[in-house]
Design a protein around this ligand. Structure first.
Ligand code: PLP
Length: 453
């Protein structure tokens, strides 16, 4: 590595998220220089299929000029303004109206943040504020699942159920409780049907609510389909049963749609795929295709009315960020959602997603492949040491990391979650491009098979 190169400056000064910092010093960064459609290019001109759409987020692909123009127009007109203290502006107002028209019918009010973590922190605070408003001052605990990802801020990071995000950080805080990850392949018991697995998880939820005390449990939060935890499709009837238990004990249901939202599963929201009627919906990522940082918390009118009364009693609703409802971010979101509609990208995710799953299912018989799973344009292939016993590699993640590294050599960017290989390409991907992605995936799998054996 040349001294004074971008790589050496990076190693000297940048702290990288979700990275082994010492390994980064040894292996150095790949400098991603530009992007076009489903491809990105490094500074030496090498092409990669962005098989994870950045961080599960660049729905409309790279280099979309309409988003650049929308940002430029808004920058020129009003580059910044806030909506504190009775101000407002056009783009965030129109976006709030648009989101309400898209979301499940009971969600009527929108609060904007810049990231999914801030949005989930806001959702937690809204629930606390709401329960305080109703005089339910003990009803504050949250239930999440192992394997969940809800962000890394102190509160949202407590709801996350991944050791990698909590070990060494003194998380989770005690208000967060975690249930079994709803992954039938991994956590279904020998001889247990998928339906029986769902019933066991519903009972686990009910038992936890009863043992903690229903008056202390405020909300259940879940991604309709778990993303960063390894693309976990819930078992049959899971969300119906979870919602029944929550309603029985007056526990709010929060859908974290940060990855699922805006078409990823082949429906507008994951809630539509799984029949969820949440009290709160959190979305981000594909809201702007990550061209701008933006997230939104949508809440029911019932919650809003109680919160509004409480703010009247207390004198203000004392919550908000400098960049809440940022005009450039919200203008980009409006244009991005228009593109998703005009180009039928939700239907594309369903159709081309089916093609992706058909292609990936051809690897199901491979001796290293334990499970192929997903929905729409999100999938994972779990690699195992022993197909018959489902035994994991030791240590977990070593083979996945090798796959991640080696895929670059075949012009493919994926994400390894342990030894599960996650795929989540831009939603503009075509069937022919999926075939190319699968070719590069197979070349990598062939390499890994040689390496393991
Ligand atoms: N929730 C889910 C489901 C996510 O996948 C993520 C990020 O990947 C977050 C929340 C946190 O979002 P952010 O990284 O913008 O804080």
């Amino acid at each position: 590595m040349r001294t004074n190169s971008l790589q050496s400056k990076d190693i000297a000064h940048q702290i990288h998220p979700a990275t082994n910092l010492r390994r980064h010093e040894r292996v150095g960064p790949i400098v991603i220089d530009r992007g076009s459609g489903i491809y990105v290019y490094d500074d030496e001109g090498r092409e990669y299929i962005e098989g994870l759409a950045g961080l599960w987020s660049v729905g409309v692909g790279f280099g979309e000029k309409r988003l650049v123009e929308a940002a430029t127009r808004q920058m020129a007109k009003l580059p910044y303004y806030h909506i504190f203290a009775h101000k407002t502006h056009e783009p965030s107002t129109l976006l709030a109206e648009k989101l309400v028209s898209m979301a499940p019918a009971n969600l009527k009010h929108v609060f904007f943040t810049s990231s999914g973590g801030e949005a989930n922190d806001s959702a937690i605070k809204f629930v606390w504020y709401y329960n305080n408003a109703l005089g339910r001052t003990d009803k504050k605990k949250f239930i999440a699942r192992q394997g969940a990802y809800h962000g890394i801020t102190i509160a949202a990071g407590s709801l996350t159920g991944l050791q990698a995000n909590q070990r060494g950080f003194d998380l989770p805080l005690p208000f967060a409780k975690h249930l079994t990850c709803p992954h039938y392949y991994r956590f279904g018991l020998p001889g247990e049907s998928e339906e029986a697995f769902t019933e066991r998880l519903a009972k686990e939820l009910e038992d936890l609510i009863l043992s903690e005390g229903p008056d202390t449990v405020a909300a259940f939060i879940g991604e309709p389909l778990m993303g960063a935890g390894g693309v976990i499709v819930p078992p049959v009837n899971y969300w119906q049963r979870i919602q029944e238990v929550c309603r029985k004990y007056d526990v709010l249901v929060i859908a974290d749609e940060v990855i699922n939202g805006f078409g990823r599963l082949g429906t507008l929201f994951g809630c539509d795929t799984f029949g969820i009627r949440p009290d709160i919906l959190v979305c981000s990522k594909q809201i702007t295709s990550s061209y701008q940082p933006l997230a939104a918390v949508l809440i029911s009118d019932e919650m809003y009315q109680a919160m509004a009364d409480q703010s009247d009693r207390l004198g203000t609703f004392g919550h908000g960020y400098t960049a809440s409802a940022h005009p450039v971010a919200t203008a980009v979101a409006l244009e991005n959602l228009a593109i998703i509609e005009e180009r039928n990208l939700v239907a594309n995710a369903a159709e081309v997603g089916a093609h992706l799953h058909a292609g990936l299912s051809r690897f199901a018989d491979h001796p290293l492949v334990g499970e192929v799973r997903g929905r729409g344009l999100i999938a994972a292939v779990e690699l195992v040491a022993d197909k018959a016993t489902k035994a994991r590699f030791d240590p977990v993640g070593k083979v996945g990391l090798k796959f991640f590294d080696r895929a670059h050599q075949h012009g493919l960017i994926i994400r390894n979650v342990g030894d599960s290989i996650a795929i989540c390409p831009p939603m503009i991907i075509t069937a022919a491009q999926v075939d190319e992605l699968l070719k590069r995936f197979k070349a990598t799998l062939d390499d890994i098979t040689d390496w393991v054996n």
